[in-house]
Ligand binder design. Structure first.
Ligand SMILES: Cc1cc2nc3c(=O)[nH]c(=O)nc-3n(C[C@H](O)[C@H](O)[C@H](O)COP(=O)(O)OP(=O)(O)OC[C@H]3O[C@@H](n4cnc5c(N)ncnc54)[C@H](O)[C@@H]3O)c2cc1C
Length: 329
């Protein structure tokens, strides 16, 4: 139900795992929730792309579940056939920890969550400001959205930009804390091959040296009908080469991966993740920036640098917002 002068009760900026986890929980509690994302699809860093008939997971590669609540969510996703076990243990790190992949690809999890909430795609928030008793997000173009409560789940520097542009003054301690949150970068290469790769089973591993942090065969993983290799450069390589020509950089990474490719590259694309993974963990799973009207910041920077951490942060943010909402009512 829409509330009088507000478009929604809860505005969530970001349709990645944190934003969708929070929005789903708020929606299931019966609230009016609107999620916006600047992207063309949901998922954020849970990202998949098609190139020449091949499919690539080029952001998060797999899910792991250590927390019981997240493990229960994974069980639901297994039942819904949107995740499957990729492997359990590995030759270099034998353990019994299951590594889950999205089915048909990693974005499946985000798409599954987004079914239950209203998501507006292609909507980039430019600023967030306070307007009497609510929050107003100014979007690219002439649009604005008003809400009684807001949750920001973009990478922290981007959420800070939104608040700065809207003239939101944070207490010095909180602003300094948020400004200190850093993310590693990651240059990702997606290469279509004309034959099988030589990447060993189960189809993904981290080389122990060189510029490559991770290399995966999306066909062996079960994501792609055609041979398709994802390469993630190390944080060091990505930082040092960030401003270089992307195709040249991609070619250098393909050359470094030559041993594992085993077949000819017919085409490749390069994607730069400016905010790949937060460098340090934070003590709290989300941060309350204002209680009245409620404003919370969340994401993997708070819950942990993994899909699981983003979900836990989103859920914690939803709980905090619910509590403030109850207190206000
Ligand atoms: C290369 C790479 C490999 C990874 N591998 C793994 C892995 O194997 N396993 C694992 O568990 N984790 C992995 N991760 C980490 C995992 O992907 C993240 O921890 C998690 O997906 C973060 O979710 P999030 O919701 O916090 O942020 P995001 O997914 O970044 O979501 C934030 C959303 O906000 C949107 N947004 C930003 N600014 C605006 C704006 N102004 N207006 C509107 N929308 C905006 C973005 O478009 C985005 O969709 C990997 C990440 C990368 C990049």
């Amino acid at each position: 139900m829409k509330s009088s002068r507000f478009e929604t009760d809860f505005l969530v900026v970001g349709a990645g795992m944190a934003g969708l986890a929070a929005a789903t929980e708020l929606r299931h509690a019966g609230h009016d929730v609107l999620v916006i994302d600047k992207g063309r699809g949901v998922g954020g860093r849970l990202a998949s792309r098609r190139i020449g008939g091949a499919t690539f997971d080029h952001g998060a590669q797999f899910l792991t579940a250590r927390n019981p609540r997240f493990a229960a969510a994974v069980d639901d996703w297994i039942a819904a056939e949107i995740v499957e076990e990729w492997w359990r243990g590995s030759p270099s790190q034998p353990d019994s920890h299951p590594h889950w992949r999205g089915s048909p690809s990693m974005t499946a999890v985000a798409k599954h969550l987004a079914r239950d909430v209203e998501v507006l795609l292609g909507k980039r928030a430019l600023s967030l400001h306070l307007d009497r008793e609510g929050w107003v997000a100014r979007l690219e173009g002439p649009e604005t959205l008003s809400a009684r409560a807001a949750l920001l789940t973009a990478p922290v520097p981007q959420s800070l930009d939104l608040m700065t542009s809207g003239g939101i003054e944070l207490p010095t301690e909180k602003r300094t804390h948020l400004e200190g949150i850093e993310y590693a970068r990651c240059i990702a290469v997606m290469a279509v091959l004309d034959g099988l790769s030589r990447i060993p089973t189960p189809g993904g591993f981290s080389p122990t040296e060189g510029p490559i942090d991770w290399i995966a065969d999306n066909q062996m993983k079960g994501v792609s009908a055609k041979p398709a290799v994802t390469i993630h450069a190390s944080a060091e390589f990505s930082l040092a080469n960030w401003n270089r020509d992307r195709q040249a950089c991609g070619q250098e990474l393909l050359d470094a991966a030559g041993l594992w490719l085993g077949s000819r590259v017919t085409e490749f694309q390069v994607h730069g993740w400016r905010y790949s993974k937060p460098v340090d963990g934070q003590p709290d799973p989300c941060l309350i920036l204002s209680e009245s009207p409620p404003l919370v910041i969340a994401g993997d920077a708070f819950g942990g640098a993994r899909v699981e951490g983003a979900a836990l942060s989103g859920w914690a943010a939803a709980d905090a917002l619910e509590e403030m909402w109850g207190g206000a009512g």
